[in-house]
Design a protein around this ligand. Structure first.
Ligand code: UDP
Length: 323
């Protein structure tokens, strides 16, 4: 029995979760998706779908036992930085309280292997870039704080209860499966790349750039965009590593390439051959100027290298999934 035999994927109807579910199915795992379908609506063909709440202890316990689940990959959660600033109660409940309920059931029923979707937002405003995993953890918004709280819980549960875990700190997940069947599909959509594409295609109002007075070369925020299929591959590698032994702790998943909002608009205009209508607005609360990963640890521990994370490929795949 290996961690990859039967995987419970919480949030498997969401953007990263559905891409992981697809990759795991393609690699031969049985996949059980647990999702309340509140934030995404993708049903990956071939996955068993369980509609429900990660905090429904009876449902989770029954699901783990009925399917003889061998690992849990936990994507379900709230993901919008600005919403977390406005409504921290919802974020602490959705991301912390409910995840602790899930962890209780896992403690009781197994399995002993878990991957957690964490985020670059745990670093807050980084002291230096590229960011390494042991750099200061000081979230500047409730979203990042909730993810860090669970990382701390996992460390304690690993030591005390023998849970083998990894927290994968995503930088900016983007792109889509190259076959065009899965897409980034948040409701409401707040992420830059789908908004840029839809603004260019005239499907949404012009993009508002959230601030052009940051201390970056063109004044707009720099992020590290990583293809969602590269993220999915890293999760499979992490499950394999956890089979062999100890917890992996926190690992950055980014392409280690920084792109500003204006640079993305420029590449999108080139790839699409049409203008991305936009205006400059005020800064968004909770946004650090630069987030850029060192992915050296992921390379060393997981043998992971991003393969589809050039911005052109990310945009090509995202555009194909939206047209
Ligand atoms: N952004 C923007 N306008 C938008 C959405 C996002 O200028 O309508 C910027 C945002 O300030 C950040 C970057 O694009 O610097 C990426 O934001 P996104 O919400 O996609 O991801 P996050 O960095 O919050 O995880």
């Amino acid at each position: 029995m290996t961690a990859r035999d039967t995987i419970l994927v919480t949030g498997g109807a969401g953007f990263v979760g559905s891409h992981f579910a697809r990759a795991a199915l393609d690699a031969g795992s049985k996949v059980v998706v647990l999702d309340d379908f509140s934030g995404g609506s993708t049903e990956v063909p071939g996955a068993v779908i369980v509609r429900g709440d990660i905090a429904d202890r009876a449902l989770v316990g029954k699901t783990l036992a009925a399917h003889r689940v061998t690992s849990v990959v936990h994507f379900a959660g709230k993901i919008a930085v600005n919403e977390s600033v406005r409504d921290p109660a919802m974020y602490f409940d959705g991301n912390v309280v409910r995840t602790l309920a899930l962890l209780d059931v896992i403690r009781e029923h197994g399995p002993g292997v878990m991957l957690f979707s964490s985020t670059a937002a745990v670093y807050g405003t980084p002291e230096r870039t590229p960011i390494e995993e042991h750099d200061r953890l000081a979230p500047i918004n409730p979203y990042g704080a909730t993810k860090l709280a669970i990382e701390h819980a996992l460390a304690g549960y690993g030591t005390a209860y023998g849970l083998r875990w990894a927290a994968l700190r995503y930088f900016n997940a983007a792109g889509a499966h190259p076959d065009g069947t899965l897409r980034e599909n948040h409701e409401p959509e707040t992420h830059l790349i789908p908004l840029v594409i839809d603004a260019a295609l005239g499907r949404r109002p012009p993009l508002v750039i959230f601030g052009d007075d940051y201390p970056t070369p063109d004044g707009t925020c720099i992020r590290d965009y990583v293809h969602v299929c590269d993220l999915a591959a890293a999760h499979l590698a992490a499950l394999d590593r956890l089979d062999g032994g100890a917890s992996l702790g926190a690992i950055n998943l980014g392409a280690s390439t920084g792109m500003s909002v204006k640079q993305i608009i420029g590449v999108a205009e080139r790839v699409l051959g049409r203008p991305v209508r936009h205006s400059i607005g005020p800064r968004r609360e909770g946004d650090p100027a630069v987030l850029l990963a060192s992915n050296a640890l992921a390379a060393r521990v997981l043998g992971w290298r991003p393969e589809r994370s050039s911005l052109e490929t990310i945009l090509d795949d995202a555009i194909r999934s939206r047209t």
